[in-house]
Write a protein that binds this ligand. Structure first.
Ligand code: ADP
Length: 763
C-alpha cells in the first residue's frame, strides 16, 4: 500500500470520528439544558428537540454508508431546520410554531414519498457521489434552504421594527447563530473531508451560541463587540502606517544613495528615538478619533456631576427639575426622550406620576403599583438602573402583573434609574433609547446613577415646594367656595325675612279685595236693593280674588307636600305636545293680550312619555307662565324638544327647552330661583299679577316645577347670559325627562279620550 493511501485512510478515519464527537457534544448540551431548567419555557422545549435532532443527524453521518446517508441525511437536516424554525418562533415570540411544523412536514413527507417511488437523480452526470441528487433530496434541501431564508427574513423584519437596543441585540444574536448553523450545515453537505470537518465544528459552535441565548437572558452586545473589533483593527493599522513609512524611507534612501549599512542603523536609531517622541501622541490621537466615531464619546464624570449639581441646586420646581435632569442626560448621551416619574407611597403600594421631560408626551399620567411590585421593589432595593430588556426577558421579573407590563410597554422607555435616599424611592428617571440606537454602556449607566443620586435632595425640595403650592392653591379655591356659600346663605337668610313680607303681601292683597268688595256689597244693599248688573260686577271681583287666594294656598300646600312626603305620581302615557297645549291653555288670553307668540318645535316627533299628566301640566304651566311674565309685549316663547340617547345603555331622555326673549336671569341666581319662596329683586316692588310683565308671584312656581320633574327622575336647569331689560337676552329652561318603556298606541288613545271626558265632566 503506498504511503499516501495510508495517510489518507488515517485522515479519513479521523474525520469519521468528528460526527461522533459532535453527537456527544450535542448530547452534553441537551443534558445541560435539562439541568438548567431550559424546558420550563417553550423556546427551551423546542431547542431541546433541535439538540435531539442534531444528535440523530450527526450519528446518521457515520452510521449510514454514503449512498444511503445522502438520501436520509438531507431529510434529517430539513427536519432539524423545521424544529429550529419552531424554536426561533418561540424564542422571538411569534407564536407560529405549529405553522412552521406544517411548513416543514409537508415537503418532507413529499420528499420521502418521491425517494421511495423514484429514487433516481434527474440530472445525469459523469461524476457519482453526493452531487447526484434525487428529486426527493432536492425537495429536502430546498425545504432546508427555504426555512432558513424564511426565518432570517422574519428576523430582519423584526430587527427593522424593534427600537430598544437590547431587544435588537437579542434578534441579531439569534440571527447570527442561525446563519452560522446554516453555514456549518452547508459545509457538511459539500464534498471533501476537510470541509466536512470544518462544517461540523462551525455548526457545533453555532449551536452553543443558540444554547446560550436560550438559557441566559444576558447576551453579549453583538454590535458593540463588532464596533470595538473594527476600532481595534483600524487603530492597529493606522498606528503601523508611520512606522512602516519611515522604515521604507530608510531602506529606500540607503539603496538609492548606496549608503553603507552603518548609515542604515544610524538612521534607524534616529527614527526609533523620534518615533518614541511622536508616535505616542499620534497613537493617542488616532485612538480618540476612532473610538469617538465607532464606540462613543468619553466624558469627565467629575466635571459633568459638578455642573449638574449646580444646575439643579437652583431649581425649585418639579417640572423645571425634570427638564434640567433630562436635558443634561440627553445632551450627554444623545437620548431620544425621557421623563421623570414621581413616586409616592399610597395605601395600595406606590403611585407614580409622570412629569414629561424631553420629547415625551405619551402614556397615562398616573399609575398604581402594588406594594410587592417587582418593578418598584427592584429599583428600591438594588439602587441601580433597570433595563426594559431585563423587565421583558429576565426570569426574575416573571411575576410582573400584566397591567404593569402593559404600562411599561406603553411608556416605550429603555431604562429606569431610581432616585432614592436609601429607604425611600422618590422618583425614577425614565430614558428612551439613544438616538444612535446603541445600547447604554456600563460607564454611562454608572454616570446616570451618580446623577440620579445627586438629584435626591433637589427632588425632595422641589416636591415639598410644589406640594406647598398645591396646598395654597387648594386653600385659595376653598376660600372662593366658602365665599360663594356665604353669599348663598346670606341670600337664603334674606329670603326668610322676605317670605313674611311676600306671604303677607300675596295673601293680604286678595283678602283685602274680598273684604272691600263684600263691604261695598253690604253697604250698597243696605242703601237700596242692588240691581243685577252691579251685583254681578261686584261678585266677579270677589270671585277673582278668592280664586287667586285659592291658587296661592294650593301652591303653598304643594310646596309643603314636596317637603314632607315627596310627590306622589299617577303615571299614564302622554304626549309632550298635549302636555304643553294643556299647560299653555290658561295663558291663551294673556298671550293674546300681550302679543306674545308661543311657538312649538318638533314636539310631535317625541316618543310617548310615561308621566303624571296633571302634575307635568302644572309644572310646565308655571315655567311657561314665568316666560310670559318676564317677556315684554311682542316677545316670542319657544318650546322645542329632542331625544337624548342615554349613556351606558340607560334609558333615553327627552330634553325639552322652553326659551323666551325676556329680561333674562343673572347667573348668580340660576340655582336659587328653584328655592322655595325665592324671587329676584325687592319683594315690596313686585306687583301681584299672574301674567303682567314682571308681575310678581309667591316664589313657588319653579320650586314646584323642580319637585315634579325630579319626582319623574328628571332634571331641570336654566341657562341665561344675565338680566338686562334693554338687551333682553332671554332665558332657556332645560327639562330632562326619562322616556321610560314604550307605550302601545291604543293604550295612549284610550287614556287621552278618558282625559277629555274628565275635563268635559269637570273632574
Ligand atoms: P314666581 O312665583 O315669583 O314667579 P318662580 O319660582 O316661578 O316664582 O320664579 C322665581 C323667580 O325666578 C322669579 O321671581 C323671577 O325673578 C325668576 N324667573 C323665573 N322665570 C323667569 C324667566 N323666564 N325670565 C326671567 N326671570 C325668571
Amino acid at each position: 500500500m503506498p504511503l499516501g493511501t495510508v495517510q489518507a485512510m488515517t485522515q479519513g478515519q479521523l474525520f469519521a470520528l468528528l460526527p461522533l464527537a459532535a453527537a456527544a457534544a450535542y448530547a452534553l448540551l441537551l443534558v445541560a439544558l435539562v439541568v438548567r431548567g431550559g424546558p420550563s419555557n417553550s423556546a427551551g422545549r423546542w431547542f431541546l428537540t433541535v439538540l435531539a435532532g442534531s444528535i440523530v443527524w450527526s450519528l446518521s453521518l457515520i452510521a449510514l454508508p454514503p449512498t444511503i446517508y445522502v438520501h436520509l441525511n438531507a431529510k434529517i437536516l430539513a427536519a432539524v431546520a423545521t424544529l429550529l424554525a419552531a424554536a426561533t418562533s418561540a424564542y422571538i415570540g411569534w407564536s407560529t410554531e405549529r405553522r412552521w411544523l406544517l411548513m416543514g412536514a409537508v415537503p418532507l413527507a413529499l420528499s420521502v414519498f418521491l425517494d421511495l417511488v423514484w429514487p433516481y437523480p434527474p440530472f445525469l452526470s459523469e461524476r457519482r457521489g453526493a452531487w447526484q441528487l434525487s428529486f426527493g433530496e432536492l425537495i429536502a434541501i430546498s425545504t432546508w434552504a427555504s426555512l432558513h431564508i424564511a426565518i432570517l427574513s422574519l428576523l430582519l423584519r423584526d430587527y427593522r421594527h424593534t427600537r430598544l437596543p437590547w431587544h435588537v441585540n437579542r434578534i441579531i444574536h439569534w440571527a447570527l447563530f442561525v446563519v452560522l448553523t446554516a453555514i456549518g450545515e452547508l459545509l457538511v453537505l459539500m464534498p471533501g473531508l476537510w470541509i466536512l470537518g470544518l462544517g461540523q465544528i462551525f455548526r457545533l459552535f453555532a449551536i452553543v451560541g443558540l444554547f446560550h441565548a436560550v438559557t441566559s437572558h444576558r447576551l453579549f452586545d453583538v454590535r458593540a463587540r463588532l464596533r470595538r473589533s473594527i476600532a481595534f483593527t483600524v487603530i492597529v493599522l493606522l498606528s503601523a502606517i508611520p512606522a512602516a513609512a519611515v522604515l521604507f524611507l530608510t531602506i529606500w534612501l540607503t539603496e538609492r544613495f548606496a549608503l553603507r549599512l552603518t548609515f542604515f542603523w544610524a538612521a534607524a536609531l534616529v527614527v526609533v528615538a523620534g518615533g518614541f517622541l511622536v508616535y505616542q501622541p499620534f497613537r493617542r490621537g488616532v485612538e480618540r478619533i476612532v473610538y469617538r466615531y465607532l464606540v462613543g464619546r468619553e466624558f469627565h464624570t467629575s466635571k459633568v456631576v459638578s455642573q449638574y449639581s449646580q444646575a439643579i441646586a437652583r431649581t425649585l420646581d418639579v417640572e423645571q427639575l425634570a427638564q434640567v435632569i433630562l436635558t443634561t442626560v440627553s445632551d450627554l448621551l444623545g437620548v431620544s426622550r425621557g421623563a421623570l416619574l414621581l413616586v409616592t407611597r399610597c395605601e395600595e403600594g406606590f403611585e407614580t406620576e409622570m412629569v414629561p421631560g424631553v420629547y415625551h408626551s405619551s402614556g397615562s399620567q398616573r399609575q398604581r403599583f402594588s406594594s410587592d411590585s417587582q418593578f418598584i421593589n427592584t429599583l428600591l432595593e438594588e439602587h441601580r438602573p433597570l433595563l426594559q430588556y431585563d423587565l421583558d426577558f429576565n426570569p426574575h421579573f416573571e411575576a410582573l402583573t400584566q397591567e404593569e407590563r402593559d404600562w411599561l410597554v406603553a411608556q416605550d422607555m429603555d431604562l429606569y434609574v431610581p432616585i432614592h435616599d436609601g429607604d425611600n424611592l422618590d422618583g425614577i428617571i425614565a430614558l428612551g433609547p439613544k438616538k444612535s440606537s446603541q445600547a447604554y454602556r456600563a460607564n454611562e449607566l454608572e454616570l446616570i446613577q451618580v446623577l440620579a443620586e445627586q438629584t435626591v435632595v433637589a427632588l425632595q425640595n422641589a416636591r415639598l415646594y410644589s406640594e406647598l403650592n398645591r396646598q395654597n392653591e387648594r386653600i385659595r379655591s376653598l376660600n372662593t367656595d366658602l365665599r360663594k356659600q356665604y353669599d348663598r346663605l346670606e341670600i337664603l337668610d334674606r329670603m326668610k325675612s322676605d317670605f313674611i313680607t311676600i306671604a303677607s303681601h300675596e295673601l293680604r292683597t286678595p283678602l283685602t279685595q274680598i273684604k272691600g268688595y263684600s263691604d261695598i256689597l253690604a253697604h250698597l244693599n243696605e242703601m237700596a236693593p242692588l240691581d243685577q248688573e252691579k251685583a254681578r260686577d261686584l261678585m266677579g271681583h270677589i270671585t277673582r280674588a278668592s280664586n287667586r287666594l285659592e291658587m296661592l294656598i294650593t301652591a303653598m300646600l304643594d310646596a309643603s307636600e314636596l317637603e314632607v312626603s315627596g310627590m306622589e305620581l299617577m303615571k299614564s302615557p302622554a304626549r309632550l305636545e298635549m302636555i304643553i297645549q294643556n299647560a299653555a291653555a290658561p295663558l291663551a288670553h294673556a298671550l293674546d293680550e300681550r302679543h306674545i307668540i308661543l311657538h312649538c318645535e318638533n314636539l310631535e316627533e317625541i316618543p310617548v312619555l310615561e308621566v303624571d299628566f296633571q302634575r307635568l301640566v302644572q309644572a310646565l304651566g308655571n315655567i311657561i307662565g314665568n316666560a310670559v311674565k318676564y317677556t315684554p309685549d311682542h316677545g316670542v316663547i319657544t318650546a322645542s324638544a329632542i331625544v337624548v340617547p342615554g349613556a351606558g345603555g340607560n334609558d333615553d331622555f327627552v330634553e325639552l327647552v322652553i326659551a323666551d326673549t325676556g329680561i333674562g336671569i343673572d347667573p348668580q341666581y340660576h340655582e336659587l330661583i328653584f328655592e322655595k319662596f325665592f324671587r329676584i329683586g325687592n319683594p315690596e316692588l313686585h306687583s301681584t299679577g299672574a301674567t303682567k310683565f314682571k308681575g310678581g308671584g309667591p316664589g313657588l312656581g319653579l320650586h314646584i316645577a323642580k319637585g315634579v320633574i325630579e319626582a319623574h327622575g328628571g332634571h331641570i336647569w336654566v341657562e341665561s347670559s344675565g338680566e338686562d331689560e334693554q338687551q333682553m337676552p332671554g332665558s332657556q329652561f332645560h327639562i330632562l325627562l326619562p322616556v321610560g318603556e314604550g307605550t302601545e298606541f291604543g293604550e295612549l288613545k284610550r287614556v287621552e279620550s278618558e282625559r277629555v271626558g274628565d275635563w268635559e265632566t269637570g273632574d
